[in-house]
Design a protein around this ligand. Structure first.
Ligand SMILES: Nc1ncnc2c1ncn2[C@@H]1O[C@H](COP(=O)(O)OP(=O)(O)OP(=O)(O)O)[C@@H](O)[C@H]1O
Ligand code: SF4
Length: 310
């Protein structure tokens, strides 16, 4: 079983599509790896695998070793810099052409999820983040069944649920929480994404959607709000194109002046984005870096508590 040497498995769930689940997964992975942990990301969003594009490694092809598939490295460990290895496995790597659609029936999808869990050679990993499709589909059921059967309760740390302020008012995210309750997967907490909009000119945060929905929902369900991530247009540019943001002086996000971070001018070509060091640099310069760092610290604490309470 390829997961035997993985210490903590964390599922990333969302009630509906487009709330930023894959963006949160990539940022958590980078943040964990910057904190020195070795991290794997498994993308089982079989109908829309966006993780390879977000890491800038969408042209990579997975190789088959004697014992299984080798995940694609985003960067290797750099112990002297306190950076852990980061590897990714996604159906996107197995599709013949970038953007090819996967039109599979349930049984084929569930078989692929099982194969991803059993046939990827992760090796020793501190964290495996599993980016799931939105909702509660056949893939989720297959995923949880396989994990409950093949891993220990200590390994399966729990789920991070991503939502947006307006989505918390709908039944979708509550369904996700009910799914966790029914299947016995612990909920580590909720991340409220797209929570307000930070103006790049004056750094004023405008709450376009309702404010405090994530906190209210977390309180309702007795779970933790891990953090709120504002909408940042420059984050979108960074994550979608690999370009680095530039900030005017005094642009604050959570009290941090973004212009004081080291920002290098870069127009990342395809080769550049694949450079192992670049993504870490890019992440450090990202406006939301302190926000994701704080969410990551909360996730680490929740995972540690989950281990002691199981
Ligand atoms: N905080 C944010 N600020 C700005 N843009 C964001 C933010 N979070 C996500 N985005 C952008 O919103 C879009 C949707 O994000 P993402 O693909 O992560 O959502 P998802 O929930 O994984 O979607 P899917 O349902 O397709 O899996 C992307 O273009 C992403 O770059
Ligand atoms: S928040 Fe302030 S600076 Fe930004 S667009 Fe609105 S008025 Fe202009």
């Amino acid at each position: 079983m390829s997961l035997t040497k993985v210490k903590h498995i964390v599922l990333i769930l969302s009630g509906k599509g487009g709330v930023g689940k894959s963006s949160v997964t990539t940022q958590l992975a980078l943040s964990l790896s910057l904190a020195g942990h070795s991290v794997g990301v498994l993308d089982i969003d079989l109908t829309g695998p966006s993780i390879p594009r977000m890491f800038g490694i969408e042209d990579s092809k997975v190789t088959q070793a004697p014992g299984g598939w080798l995940p694609i490295p985003v960067h290797e460990a750099n112990p002297s810099a306190g950076v852990g290895a980061l590897r990714v496995m996604s159906l996107g790597f197995l599709l013949p052409k970038r953007g090819d659609a996967v039109v599979w029936r349930g049984p084929k999808k569930t078989a692929m999820v099982r194969q991803f869990l059993t046939d990827v050679l992760w090796g020793e990993m501190d964290y495996l983040l599993i980016d799931t499709p939105p909702g509660t589909s056949d893939e989720h059921i297959s995923l949880v069944e396989t994990l409950l059967k093949d891993t220990t309760p200590e390994q399966l740390a729990g789920a991070v649920v991503v939502t947006t302020p307006q989505a918390v008012a709908t039944a979708d995210v509550r369904k996700e929480l009910n799914f966790c309750a029914k299947t016995g997967v612990k909920v580590l907490g909720v991340v409220e994404n797209m929570s307000g909009f930070v103006c790049p000119n004056c750094s004023e945060c405008t709450h376009i959607f309702m404010q405090g929905g994530g906190r209210a929902m977390a309180d309702d369900f007795g779970i933790k709000l891990l953090g709120s991530v504002p909408i940042d247009p420059q984050f979108l540019v960074m994550i979608e194109t690999g370009k680095r943001p530039r900030y005017p002086a005094g642009t604050l996000v959570n009290g941090q002046d973004m212009s004081t971070l080291t920002i290098q001018d870069t127009t990342s070509g395809a080769d550049e984005t694949r450079d192992p060091g670049l993504l870490v640099e890019k992440y450090k310069d990202c406006s939301l870096a302190p926000v994701f760092k704080s969410i990551t610290d909360e996730v680490i604490t929740a995972v540690e508590q989950s281990g002691t309470s199981s």
